[in-house]
Design a protein around this ligand. Sequence first.
Ligand code: HEC
Length: 399
Amino acid sequence: MHAYLADWLSLIVRWFHVIAGVAWIGASFYFVWLDNHLREPPDWKKQKGIKGDLWAIHGGGIYEVAKYRLGPEEMPHKLHWFKWEAYSTLISGLALLFAVYYFGNPGYLIDSSKLALSTGGAIAIGMGTLAGVMLVYEALIRSPLSRNGLAFGAVLFAILVIVSWAMFQVFAGRGAFIHVGAVVGTIMVANVFLGIIPAQRALVGAIEKGVEPDAQVVLLAERAKLRSTHNNYLTLPVIFIMISNHYPMLYGHAHGWAVLAAIGFITAFARHFFNLRHQGITRPSILVVSAILTLALIWAMAPARPDPSQAENVARVDDEVVAILVETHCQACHADKPAHPAFQAPPAGIVLGTLEQLREHADQVYQATVATEYMPLGNTTGITREERDMLGAWLRQAE
Ligand code: HEC
């Protein structure tokens, strides 16, 4: 019953988290698009302080958008702010981290062959990393480095690669991946909370007082611009990490941290194409390079093909041996009614009750158990490398 209700809780929080994230990133894409499609306004609008003009049709109505150089002469009664999308994405994301990883199934997060962590230890490392990286980022963006956008970008990327490597040293692959995602998400929300919103407040304050923004307000605005550029480049990687949760080939890889670094680079680089295009520069070579890098990554990560000359030397593996292996290492979870307390239904819908069912899932089982060592989850059953290879040999002879 506990596992059943926990599943519902995580489902509902996940649903909310995705909606909040869509609202946030959707609004952010929309405003980037708006900014890049503003045209020069007619004179009568310029005289009112409008610097950009845009017309759009959506949902059966025509919209007129005007961007002010600074602000209108008189502030409107209702000025809409975009911040709760970001905050609620972070809050629901943290709730999900606790529900799924810290208090849900420890197998996603704790790999005792790396570090035998207690729940408290895992929370301390996870939350400490989120807060620590965010503080480092905040210190950097207030430092002179923020004057050099490209150097800052390189330093930020290097920091995230180190975080990725570090997370893979302490957590199981899936938990490591999601923590890197959470670190990126936290930086992005902190950018809104600690930089962008305060800059907007300062600007509105100046307009309300009817004065030109002073040097302090201008500095805040410049940094806010850099922060929003970072958020813009981080959107594609962070979404990729969210969905990569479902692909053990990524985080189960022996060098999962490097896979993540490569994907982070490729997705952020691909974003660059769209940013340039919005500015009227079309540089397809960026997308071509991204595609080539992706293919290279797919090739580099491909599981080694078994050497056929070796296969003949391998002794045939008996059905009974495999039946016992699966019973010992898989069936506590992959059964119609799992005995494992964390599951009330077979995980990933995969039941491995009979050898026939094992054969039906041969490819997935090979990938999850032999090629990547993702299964058995957290290796709580203590399967050995020899047993994995035996299972692999049996799966191949069953082909
Ligand atoms: C402690 C519980 C547990 C044990 C033991 C376990 N699994 Fe799993 N298995 C899971 C969970 C949970 C998932 C879903 C993982 C996810 O969504 O990332 C899963 C997913 C899978 C998948 C699907 C992976 C994919 O491609 O998404 C396969 C295949 C699999 N397990 C095979 C096995 C085999 C084979 C064994 C035994 C050698 C095993 N599992 C032992 C919990 C377990």
